[in-house]
Design a binder for this molecule. Structure first.
Ligand SMILES: Nc1ncnc2c1ncn2[C@@H]1O[C@H](COP(=O)(O)OP(=O)(O)O)[C@@H](O)[C@H]1O
Ligand SMILES: O=C(OP(=O)(O)O)[C@H](O)COP(=O)(O)O
Length: 489
């Protein structure tokens, strides 16, 4: 784990020359949370941050440094500023033995009509942190939401999670019928060391989503330490993800949360190059933030999905009845110009699979991007584009993918998306870092059966999108910072 890494200290002095500045900048980039999430500390002045070409909004700093830099305004910052969050791996066995630990996980899994879990990815992803805690003698009070219930709703109970959790953990998980209150307190008091109590769906209380401080305090009163491992919910400032940290110290990151940050912030901020991003999905409007943020970092940007037709139309091509956002035509033109100015190789599909209706049994044909007839709509990228994309991807060392290349829910229009999934699997096998940024791209990778070989598959759709946009996640910001290391200055 990161805590085993030797502590690293950088001093950014105001007198730094331009050559030392570039050295510091590259060292700093190298010291992403990936390489040293718990033991890297930096001494810096805000003037040097600017000189190094960083802005306080740089995602590299988003989860530690930036907030401090901002809070100091333009004034000199002296002393140690930690860039990472404290991890559950930083807590010693003595910190954990016999301690009641409130663990917020994201166990928001899909259930079928018979309340069977149809995809247990999030349950499996929560296991390493819980196992670590129980193996160190902690009493785990496990909390999650499921769905978006309005008040107590039996079909959103966490009861279906108990058998799978117990199986994966190798112990019988006890379930409470409530989230707070005397019955829950009684169950907590009776917990032996190394056990797990699963609380009921935390969203059964409306106070959860309101981040009500009184509710957060009641949650906190159940435990002595807080671990947030709910990456998929880290973009929500709710009582169990943010509010509770005000009442429980330490408040630390779980292993899953750390891994997500390592890849979606660390690997993206200091990628092995060439670095490519593949962005697809339905609309430009939902991916503007991601595209703009990635344009700052990538060498190659491949665009697919429904959004390409807005780019085509902006370039004067006919798009038939394809999905187009008329109010985003100027934006598409701006993004193309921005890519050019930044030297990013932006590839739009050169051919598309078109359909005569939006349906799985639609008639289809392949046409060049410039040849979409009236009444037809583009639902997938074509074979020439797949080849061009594959050739570009062959040159890369890091790839991040967010959003399908076509309407992959219909088999006839899933070829582009599935080809990308297969290509990334092949590249992963050759040592390329492959990151799947949540949402439908994860479903595509799973459909093709190549999920296991990817470097990282995010468990959060919305959360990963916000991270890739360079936003700060409230559930992460609220956690304690990693212990600072004294700076030699
Ligand atoms: N050419 C297209 N026309 C219409 N919809 C498309 C097209 N290509 C992809 N889509 C749709 O985009 C949806 C995913 O979009 P989005 O939610 O933005 O991606 P993600 O979930 O990966 O973030 C899928 O349901 C897919 O069917
Ligand atoms: O499934 C989730 O988000 P996602 O669908 O964006 O991956 C999380 O559990 C967050 O759920 P929410 O969007 O109801 O807050």
């Amino acid at each position: 784990m990161a805590s085993a890494t030797a502590p690293t200290t950088l001093s950014l002095l105001p007198t730094a020359t331009s050559s030392s500045t570039s050295h510091i900048r590259s060292s700093l980039l190298h010291l992403s949370p990936t390489s040293s999430s718990s033991s890297c500390s930096i001494s810096l002045r805000s003037s040097n941050i600017r000189r190094l070409g960083f802005s306080a909004a740089d995602p590299l700093f988003a989860h530690g440094v930036a907030s401090k830099v901002r809070s100091f305004g333009g004034k000199a910052v002296r002393g140690v500023v930690s860039m990472a969050k404290k991890s559950v791996g930083d807590l010693s066995a003595a910190d954990l033995k016999g301690k009641k630990v409130f663990v917020r996980a994201d166990l928001n899994v899909p259930l079928d009509d018979n309340q069977n879990i149809t995809d247990d990815t999030r349950v499996r992803a929560a296991v390493p942190t819980i196992k670590h805690l129980i193996q160190n003698g902690a009493k785990v009070i496990l909390s999650s939401h499921l769905g978006r219930p309005k008040g107590v709703t039996p079909k959103f109970s966490l009861a279906p999670l108990v058998p799978r959790l117990s199986e994966l953990l190798g112990i019988q998980v006890v379930k409470a019928d409530d989230v707070i209150g005397p019955e829950v307190e009684k169950l907590v008091a009776s917990l032996p060391d190394g056990s797990v109590l699963l609380l009921e769906n935390v969203r059964f209380y409306k106070e959860e989503e309101k981040n009500d401080p009184e509710f957060a305090k009641k949650l906190a009163s159940l435990a002595e330490l807080y671990v947030n491992d709910a990456f998929g919910t880290a973009h929500r400032a709710h009582a169990s993800t943010e509010g509770v940290t005000k009442f429980l110290k330490p408040s630390v990151a779980g292993f899953l949360l750390q891994k997500e940050l390592d890849y979606l912030v660390g690997a993206v901020s200091s990628p092995k190059r060439p670095f490519a991003a593949i962005v697809g999905g339905s609309k430009v409007s939902s991916k503007i933030g991601v595209i703009e943020s990635l344009l700052e970092k990538v060498d190659i940007l491949l665009l697919g999905g429904g959004m390409i037709f807005t780019f085509y139309k902006a370039q004067g091509l006919s798009v038939g009845s394809s999905l187009v956002e008329e109010d985003k035509l100027d934006l598409a033109t701006t993004l193309i110009a921005k890519a050019k100015a930044k030297g990013v190789s932006l590839l739009l599909p050169t051919d598309v699979v078109i359909a005569d209706k939006f349906a799985p049994d639609a008639n289809s044909k392949i046409v060049p991007a410039s040849g979409i007839p009236d009444g037809w709509m583009g639902l997938d990228i074509g074979p020439d584009s797949i080849k061009t994309f594959n050739d570009a991807l062959d040159t890369t060392k890091t790839v991040i993918w967010n959003g399908p290349m076509g309407v992959f829910e219909f088999d006839k229009f899933a070829v582009g998306t599935e080809s990308i999934a297969k290509k990334l699997a092949e590249l992963s096998g050759k040592g390329v870092t492959t990151i799947i940024g949540g949402g439908d791209s994860v479903a595509a990778v799973e459909k093709v059966g190549v999920a296991a070989v990817m470097s990282h598959i995010s468990t959060g759709g919305g959360a990963s999108l916000e991270l890739l946009e360079g936003k700060e996640l409230p559930g992460v910001l609220a956690l304690d910072e990693a212990t600072p290391v004294p700076v030699s200055n």
